[in-house]
Design a protein around this ligand. Structure first.
Ligand code: FMN
Length: 245
């Protein structure tokens, strides 16, 4: 188990930084952060996240017109800006990454599954990457305030990559932080889970129906098993039922 200092580093003292110290980032640290983050789980080990590190003044100038005005200064002064993207052809690597099943076939021609899986797992990996960056003593500041289509055209034209969000990385100036915003308490979050997620937006599915969807990606959308029935989100249930009707 981590000691209290480590929990401070990763959570209690970890903040989103907007102002950067004039200290360069060792590229080897970014590689180490990737190598830690990629060990954390993704569905079928699909690992769709791809990262483009924007560091030179020329590359930053290409990024600048894509940014929301409030994100320009912090991005132009950050030692590195990572474009967190996902590969919409991630499934082509599944024969290597998930060799014990024909996982590629779950996705080929199934746009909805590709999009949901790439975005879900790419975002998860970005969260893992955030924690890895912090674990290595770096600071970061993520941003969704930019034009995704412009970034995709400028950096990913002719590739299957789609940008998700940007992440400035460096050593933050802690003296420029404003007070931490409040967080939801456990009780606040737990109540909303009980009321809306469990009962409001869930569909119950019986075991026979689910078994007809064997080896389809929808099986992995099932969230729980209660009294002989499976439950999953309404939208996923609809996909599942469409797939076997
Ligand atoms: C995916 C994502 C997108 C964000 N987009 C922006 C942004 O465009 N501009 C900005 O100033 N902050 C942005 N933030 C920063 C959040 O507002 C910040 O992380 C949150 O308020 C928590 O702050 P703290 O980490 O200092 O506690 C973003 C954070 C995340 C994780």
């Amino acid at each position: 188990m981590l000691n209290s200092d480590s929990l401070d580093l990763l959570f209690r003292n970890a903040r989103t930084h907007n102002v950067w110290l004039e200290r360069d980032v060792d590229v080897d640290l970014l590689k180490q952060a990737w190598e830690l983050a990629v060990l954390a789980p993704t569905s079928a080990n699909c690992e769709p996240m791809r990262i483009t590190f924007v560091k030179s003044a020329e590359a930053k100038e290409r990024l600048k017109p894509c940014l929301a005005p409030g994100n320009v200064e912090k991005t132009m002064t950050a030692p590195v800006t990572a474009i967190i993207a996902h590969d919409m052809e991630f499934y082509e690597k599944l024969p290597d990454l998930f060799p014990h099943a024909d996982a590629r076939s779950w996705f080929v021609g199934n746009d909805a599954a590709i999009q949901a899986t790439a975005f879900r797992n790419g975002s998860l990996q970005a969260g893992y990457f955030t924690m890895a960056v912090r674990a290595l003593g770096l600071d970061c500041g993520s941003m969704s305030g930019f034009d995704n289509a412009k970034v995709d055209a400028e950096f990913f034209a002719g590739t299957p990559l789609k940008s998700n969000f940007l992440m400035n990385i460096g050593y933050g100036d802690g003296s420029k932080l404003f007070d931490r915003s409040p967080r939801l308490s456990f009780d606040q979050a737990r109540r909303s889970f009980d009321v809306s997620a469990c009962f409001g937006r869930m569909t119950i599915i019986d075991k026979d129906t689910l078994s007809k969807a064997a080896d389809r990606p929808f099986r992995r959308t099932v969230l729980g098993f209660i009294g002989g029935f499976y439950r999953c989100a309404d939208a996923d249930a609809q996909n599942l039922l469409n797939s076997i009707s």
